[in-house]
Design a protein around this ligand. Structure first.
Ligand code: ACO
Length: 357
């Protein structure tokens, strides 16, 4: 039987993450999201994911040190590719950054190439030279520092760290599956992460948060919400930041990011307006898609949080990739270690030789 979209198809066994959208479960190596955010942060979550695959007895401190050293190494090789990305859109620049990785790059080098590369690309288009990393800092704080050239306010660095930890892995998302398919051929980790990135960039996956802000801009004011939603849904448009293949109930990651935003206080920007849009959008979706459970997904509050920490909207998908790269690497390593070549079949519906044109 053919299952378009492969929903319900189990394509791997994993020790890394358990996501059950119906039951509201998100466990990373047995830790729930609140624990990951409060006690582990991005580097601690990476240590949990990489344990047994990219080292043993890994700790948050060990990953902090490894990522710091790897950012310095990534900075040293920026001249190899930065010029080739000159004048290209950011999404292409990040593809060039990942494509420039050496074939035998270890996981740290791949993960660290993204914060260094994205910061350098954003500065280059402002006509500013890259800022060298501070290897003693965590990824979130150092990324914001490399971007601005000055240390980031701790509240913003903490909000970004919460984001990176929250989206580090979500099971067999399209991008993670793509990375596992590539790794299943025994291709390199660098190839698997580049493939994962490419899959992430589509608007049905990691490309949604920028368009969430476009939607808020287009709505503009609270008195225009109802009419705007009615026109969009009436015209068959999809509302960005709503719906998910797996999360049919409320996605705990949306709640975690909403809470992180609220902790920013006035720096949280247009959160009150966004919450009103969310409330009305959920009601409108219930009316226009009765019988479907379409809830707020992780991208809605991602957009607001990344805007609040000062990122331009075309950087949202690259920063999602920065976070998710640690997950892609864990899945690619697990696939290489325990998996089989992934090679499904297709049901042929084309002409027979006697019918061929
Ligand atoms: N707005 C309006 N209608 C929607 C939305 C939405 N956001 N999401 C689903 N629907 C509708 C579909 O049009 C479809 O209606 P139909 O049966 O009348 O044609 C129905 O609900 C079911 O849609 P599916 O496509 O089967 O849902 P699926 O599980 O394949 O899609 C997806 C999930 C792609 C995320 C979808 O909800 C969507 O396009 N959302 C908007 C884009 C978005 O926010 N993407 C980010 C996802 S989060 C992430 O990847 C990190």
């Amino acid at each position: 039987m053919m299952t378009p979209g492969l929903e319900g198809v189990v394509a791997a066994e994993t020790v890394l993450i358990h996501v059950d959208g119906g039951a509201g479960i998100w466990w990373l190596r047995g830790h729930d999201l609140a624990d990951i955010i409060a006690r582990h942060g991005y580097e601690g979550a990476t240590a949990l994911l990489w344990e047994g695959f990219a080292g043993d007895r890994l700790s948050r401190a060990a990953i902090l040190a490894r990522f710091g050293a790897a950012r310095e190494a990534a900075f040293a090789v920026l001249p190899r590719w930065l010029g080739a990305a000159q004048g290209r859109p950011l999404v292409e620049g990040v593809r060039i950054c990942l494509a420039a990785l050496a074939e035998d790059s270890p996981p740290d080098a791949i993960a660290a190439a993204l914060p260094v590369g994205i910061a350098a690309l954003l500065r280059a288009r402002r006509g500013e030279p890259p800022v060298a990393p501070d290897p003693t800092l965590a990824t979130a704080a150092d990324f914001l520092r490399m971007l601005a050239g000055t240390p980031a306010p701790p509240t913003l660095a903490a909000a970004l760290d919460t984001y990176l930890a929250t989206v580090i892995d979500n099971g067999l998302a399209a991008s993670t599956f793509a990375a596992r398919v590539i790794a299943s051929t025994r291709a390199s980790l660098a190839a698997a992460v580049l493939g994962g990135y490419c899959a992430l960039t589509g608007p049905l996956h990691g490309g949604a948060p920028g368009p969430v802000l476009d939607m808020l801009d287009a709505i503009g004011a609270p008195d225009r919400i109802a009419a705007w939603l009615e026109r969009a849904l009436g015209g068959g448009e999809r509302l960005m930041g709503f719906g998910h293949r797996i999360w049919r109930g409320r996605d705990p990651r949306a709640d975690a990011l909403q809470a992180a935003l609220r902790r920013l206080g006035p720096a949280a920007g247009r959160i009150a307006f966004a919450e009103e849009v969310e409330r009305r959008a959920l009601a409108a979706l219930r009316r226009s898609k009765p019988g479907r459970t379409i809830e707020t997904n992780v991208e809605f509050y991602t957009a607001l949080l990344l805007e609040a920490v000062g990122l331009p909207r075309d950087a949202f998908t690259p920063v999602f990739a920065l976070a998710r790269s640690a997950g892609w690497l864990a899945h690619a390593l697990e696939q290489q270690k325990t998996g089989r070549l992934i090679r499904p079949a297709a049901a042929y519906i084309g002409p027979r030789p006697d019918q061929a044109a």
